[in-house]
Structure formats: structure tokens, C-alpha cells
Design a protein around this ligand. Sequence first.
Ligand code: FBP
Length: 552
Amino acid sequence: MAREISALQEARKAYCPKLPKALAEGKFKLELGAPSEPKQDKEAIKKLFPSTYGQPVVNFTEGCGEGLTGDPINVAVILSGGQAPGGHNVIAGVYDGIKKANPKSRVYGFLKGPGGAINNKYMELTDDYVDLYRNTGGFDMIMSGRDKSETPEQLKSCDANFKALGLSTVIIIGGDDSNTNAAVLAEYLKANGSSTKVIGVPKTIDGDMKNEEIEASFGFDTACKTYSELIGNIERDASSAVKYWHFIKLMGRAASHVALECALETQPNICLISEEVKAKKTTLSEIVNSIVDVIVKRAEAGKNYGVILIPEGLPEFIADIKTTIDEISDILGKDADKLAAMDADAKNAYVTGKLSEHSAEVFGSLPAADRAVLMTRDSHGNVPLSQVETEKLLISLVSDRIKALKAEGKAQSVKFKALGHFMGYEGRCAAPSNYDADYCYSLGYTAAQMARAGLTGYTVKVANTEQPADKWIAGAVPVTKMLNMEQRKGKPTPVIKKALVELDGAPFKYFAARRDKWAVEDCYVYPGAIQYFGPAEVCDLTTKTLALEKER
Ligand code: FBP
């Protein structure tokens, strides 16, 4: 029996995503720029990527298609890492781009992320199957995973599986770590004489895979609009009930782009920005005091309610917690074998014993559940910070501070009742906004053209997306151009530099110039739900972050 779908999903099936003009008209050519190099660590990266280093940036400009194959080819897609709205449209774009050039070409999907490529679990995509998922949220079409092909055995196994399927290109749809991994795989395959090429697509709701070439990672737009709708609703509830402070933690592993964008959209009373906390070396108690100051000021004005946004990555940006995490990473990297044999308590005691005195103190002061999270790393060496309940920690510290003030006879007008929220998973699989539906389809279609051109070691890009789609320009940037060396699991490792919030950037400056007013007055903005049908100024809005960045 066919699966039931919602009325909106039925209507969205008919939506035809927009494409950059040159791709839409099918008249384009490949324009190669000058050889590229990374901004830093050039020698180290050249040494690690001898076969793919120095390739030129590519743009698809208007022309007649020379340099692209029309022969049938086999291509596979992989969804890697956290879900982001629009992933299915990337696959639809790849599928249409490949099939349009030659209907005999085949498109496969490796299942459950890079693990599918390592373990040879895949499916062939068909017209009917792809049609079921056009313009829908989620990654359930072929599922995702956080495996990483990095060991010689895993790379060899990928090579053999790609050969067996006769793949000319594998397209990895992922964030900074997954695109780095795409570069590693591309280099391995090229250096080992394989004919399979690798192309990456920039995905992540975190918004931190962007640079001078890539203007946005897909999914950021929809996720932020989804959270902003909910934050707006909470703001309206707060100013209706006039009795609660809402502490809202927002997803985004490291950078505070999601929190900042939601603040720009909803104008809450407080939004913490991790990058500013780091730059000012703000301690946890200073953060707590700054929140309490606003609570007291508002209470004095008769407002015992408010909304505070907290970025998920905050703990890693507070100096003493960050040092503790780094020390733990070194211990986990160096003593991995010993630790693997230990149970949780023994591991806790062993790690505590190896930490510096101050870090041991910080570590010991955290709740047991948070300590366990800080000792966990995913396959890319990241701490799963979405599991640290920072919003609850802050509520409890703020509440203690208010009690202490009251005991001193101060803050008498404060009536502090707080509710904690975490918004993350609610937005990662939302139906893509028009922006993400179009952007993702264009990224996928561009990846298909890169596959037809037989290029490897690139991440696709679509530029000028703050303008109407007929002004968009498709292309690709060599992954090695975006790499730098960072310590991961205690070792220097090539990775794509994460884009953090720039304190001298237009979005932060806009926020910083207004936040004092937002703190005390009620300047709440209610964005409402994402709209798909209606005037372009409502339905095709970009994020405020992109608009402000482009205004510059
Ligand atoms: P990606 O970087 O893979 O896109 O994932 C981003 C993210 O949504 C982060 O914001 C969050 O910290 C993390 O995934 C949570 O992932 P998981 O659910 O696998 O723990």
C-alpha cells in the first residue's frame, strides 16, 4: 500500500526547483581558473595530497558544453553526517543532471553514510523512487551515517566496491569533516590508479562550512527559519504569560551562526555568542552575572520574563572548559588502547588522574552526565556537545546567583522561574524552504556536471544566491584550497577550516549594535512558519546572515 503523505508534501511534489541560468538552459562550458593553494600550511598539505593539490577553481559559464561527457556513466551518492534540509534535492539534482545527459547512465545511493561505501551496501535510484523524495526534508531516502573511510583497509575496500559498480564518480554530501574525507578518498583513488573520482557537496545546518568560495552550507536556511518560528512563538508566550524566562539552547556544534541568525530573526533579550566569549576570555561566572544583570534590570521594569538563546558549542569556547576538553582529547588519543578496556568509572578516574590540577577541578565540578559526554568523541574527533545540557546548567547557576543576591537584600523585584529548551533535531529534517530546495537542487545538478567533466577532489559551489536564481553561478572549489592543519585526536590532521562567527563581520555587528535595547525592551519579532506559496518577498527570503554579509 502506498505510504500516506501530507497535503503539503503532495503539493510540494509539483515544485520545480530553480537552477543557475547557464545550467537551466543547458548551455554551459567549464571555465578553469589559475592553480589554487590553501591559505596556510601549504607544504604540509601538498605533501599529504600530491596528486590533487593545486587544482584550479572551476566555474560553469554560458557556452556550449565542451569538456563534458555525454557517454553513459555510473555515479553514486553518499549522505554523510547530520541531517540537513534539502539533502534529497541534492540527490534529485544529481539524478536529473546525470540522466538528462544520458538516460542510460546509472545513479546509485550508498546506504547509511560512508559506511555503505566501505561495506558495499547500496541501492540503484530510479525515477519513481527519486520522485517520492523531491522537495522533502530528511535523509531517509538512503539514510546517513558518521563513519569515515580513513584506514588503508577502508580506503581499499571503497576502491574495490567502486570498481565493482563501475563508478566514474562518488558524490559525498557532507560538512567540513566529510568534505575533508572526500579529499582524502579522492587523493587515495587517484594515487592508486583508480578511475573513480570524488566530489563533495557543502552541507550542515551549523552554517560553518563557508568561505570566500562557498557562501552557505545547505540546510542552514531552513533549520534557522524553523527554530526562529518556534522562538518567536515562545517570545509571544513569554510576553503573554509574563512569568517565565526561557533558556533556549540551539544546535550548532562549534560556531554560533545558528544562534546569531535566530537572534537576528527574533530579537530575543539575550543571545550568547561563543566566539565573543572566547575572544573576551569570559568565564562561566561572568556569563552568569551578565545574564543576571539583565534579569534584574527587566524585573525592576516589571518584566519577570524573557528569552535567552544559547549556542550549543558554548562550553568549548569558555576558556577553562576548552582547556579541559583539549587535555582529555590528548589523553584519549595517546592512551586509546588502555582506555578501550576500561569501564566508565575506571575511565573517569584514569582521565581525571592525568589532567592538570585546574582541569581536574573543572571536570570534577560538572554533572556526571556532562563528564561522560566530554569523554566521548565521534569518528571525526568531535565532542557530541548536543548532549551537554548547557541550558539547564545555566538555569541552575543563574538561580543560585539570584538566591545569593536576594540573601544580600538585593534583586528583590526578581521572581525567577525558568524553562529550558533544546532546539536541534526539530529543524534538521524540516521540509526545505524554497531557498534550500533551489540551492540544493542546483548543488546536486552542478555535482552531476563535475562528474560528467571527470574532475576529482572538489566541493561544488553555487554563488550569488542572495540574488534571483538566474544570477546564480555554479562551479567548484578544490578541497585542498580549503584545508589547514589542526590537532585532531592528539595528531596534526588536514581539515577544512570551520567558519566561525566573525566579530568584525556584518551580522555580528548588526546584532551587537542592537542587543542592549533588545535586552530591556520587548523588541520581539515573530517570523512565523516557512511559507512555500505566495509572494517572493515572503517565500524566497534568504537568511539575514547572508543578506547582511552580501550587503558589505
Ligand atoms: P554535521 O556537521 O554533520 O552537519 O552535523 C551537525 C549537527 O547537527 C550539529 O549541529 C550537532 O552537534 C550534531 O550534528 C549532532 O549530531 P548527532 O545527532 O549525530 O549527535
